[in-house]
Ligand binder design. Sequence first.
Ligand SMILES: [Zn+2]
Length: 191
Amino acid sequence: MNQEEVLQIFKDAGAYLEGHFLLTSGRHSGQYVEKFQVLQYPELTEKLCAELAARFQGQNVQTVVGPATGGIILSQLVARRLGARALFAEREGGKMALRRGFQLAPGERVLVVEDIVTTGGSVEEVLMLLQESGAAVVGIGLLVDRSGGKAKFGVPTEALMKLDIPSYEPADCPLCKRGVPLTERGSRHLK
Ligand SMILES: [Zn+2]
């Protein structure tokens, strides 16, 4: 599956929107990605996860770990394909942790999965957590890397799609200048 096919899945599901969006940061953007619009369709999610799994096939992945919330869904479906366990990490007191009695053995071969990486912060935290546990990180599988190449993890990383989505200060926004109506995060109209 190539980048164009992955983008088409996102577009068909309404997970990739084009227009003029007000982001929570206050900046404006011409595109908006709402991952749960695609994750709400198990059949589409399964297709994407099959592709992620295929990229790490034959690497003896024993366990797949994803950060909550999107990573919970992805880890289940990728692990199913790889015949592995599926765990998820979640925040406890602001810090990423393995709860629910989840345990990793030293040397256990772990694949990290995540839906969208913007800064890579959550994935970094999961990697640190895995290092502390002594697990062996096989790699990272992402649905979307929109870090513009800034997120580097020091382990083999596969992204099904790379998106470069520019955002603008309202004063510099070309969409404002063209008079395109502004929508708040792809949901309701502001004006
Ligand atoms: Zn604007």
